[in-house]
Write a protein that binds this ligand. Structure first.
Ligand SMILES: [Zn+2]
Length: 66
């Protein structure tokens, strides 16, 4: 299930965190592939980013990568 949307569009794709909205569940911690998870708050908007780059602070959604 490795998709390109996990890659930062601007720099190193290996330093990307997934942004999770809502309250963290136990399932959240069963995704070791993700590397890092950051909390984006309890509410998600239609245009809320899903991924955050720790290198250049870019944020994007997987829809943006298609
Ligand atoms: Zn980046």
């Amino acid at each position: 299930m490795t998709k390109k949307y996990k890659e930062c569009p601007k720099c190193n794709p290996k330093n990307v965190a997934k942004i999770v909205y809502g309250y963290p569940s136990h399932e959240l911690y069963k995704e070791p592939e993700e590397g890092q998870v950051i909390l984006g708050g309890c509410c998600i908007m239609p245009d809320s980013p899903e991924y955050h780059c720790n290198e250049c602070d870019a944020e994007w959604r997987k829809e943006d990568m298609i």
